[in-house]
Design a protein around this ligand. Sequence first.
Ligand SMILES: NC(=O)c1ccc[n+]([C@@H]2O[C@H](COP(=O)([O-])OP(=O)(O)OC[C@H]3O[C@@H](n4cnc5c(N)ncnc54)[C@H](OP(=O)(O)O)[C@@H]3O)[C@@H](O)[C@H]2O)c1
Length: 282
Amino acid sequence: MRTVTLNNGVEMPILGYGVYQIPPEQTERAVTEALAVGYRLLDTAAAYQNEEAVGRAIASSGVPREELFVTTKLWVQDAGEENARRAFDTSLRKLGLDHLDLYLIHQPFGDVYGSWRAMQRLYHEGRVKAIGVSNFHADRLVDLIEHNEVTPAVNQVETHPFFQRTADQELMRERGVRIESWGPFAEGRNNLFSDPVLGEIAEGHGKSVPQVVLRWLVQREVVVIPKSVRADRMAENLDVFDFALTDGEMARIAAMDTGSSLFFDHRDPAMVSRIGTARVHD
Ligand SMILES: NC(=O)c1ccc[n+]([C@@H]2O[C@H](COP(=O)([O-])OP(=O)(O)OC[C@H]3O[C@@H](n4cnc5c(N)ncnc54)[C@H](OP(=O)(O)O)[C@@H]3O)[C@@H](O)[C@H]2O)c1
């Protein structure tokens, strides 16, 4: 698996497996299959309610811990210095691990600065190899960087052919933050899987539309974590390292950008309120 080097020297697989919206009772089987087909980066979150099932799959997989790169995320409900520390311990216990590879602030809401202080401490204590954020727009990312000691290693944001984040990626590159795509297929919105441009490019390479999308992200040096509950699709989504898109094909995909989210804007006050007050545990 190709890796990228984060701003602290840690190597992160460029392609991994995401488990959002996989029900807890299906997650152990799905992650077991993902590890068997070769995924080594796993992306979960406290809010996904499936960390324990991810942990069981890791434990029974036989894959050495040092080969794995495990990410989980801190939910807004647990923001703040003391709460974040407790939430980290809870996630680690649920995952059955003694350290994490990457811990992210899931949303740019609540006491982000308190959370970040806790994460910096966990990082310095060696309990997590890298720390980062998710869903941070450029202004919030730069503010966090300017007023803290540790620069986030990663910012995981919605990134797919309809919302490409090229300017955001450039700013992150300048600041030493690695962009990671969530929703690489836009969860199938805008008929992504039957898009004619992507279909034509795929046909030219004897590949599928999802493979073209993942290849396009990998060629842009964007870390990506597609989700599928089907083993055949998991394997398909990993198989993107034996072909390359031409400059012309990259330009055709670039022209598909709408410049806005297909889900929601993290600066929309109604969403800030709704997500910011969502509770994921007692
Ligand atoms: N930080 C955040 O706020 C945030 C938000 C959303 C997601 N994420 C992370 O990003 C990961 C990926 O995003 P996502 O799960 O939202 O969406 P996604 O990966 O864009 O799309 C998943 C959908 O695509 C289908 N699919 C996957 N591979 C396919 C293939 N080869 N052919 C046809 N259909 C295929 C899946 O169906 P089947 O499962 O039925 O195959 C599922 O319906 C998540 O799992 C999560 O780890 C993070």
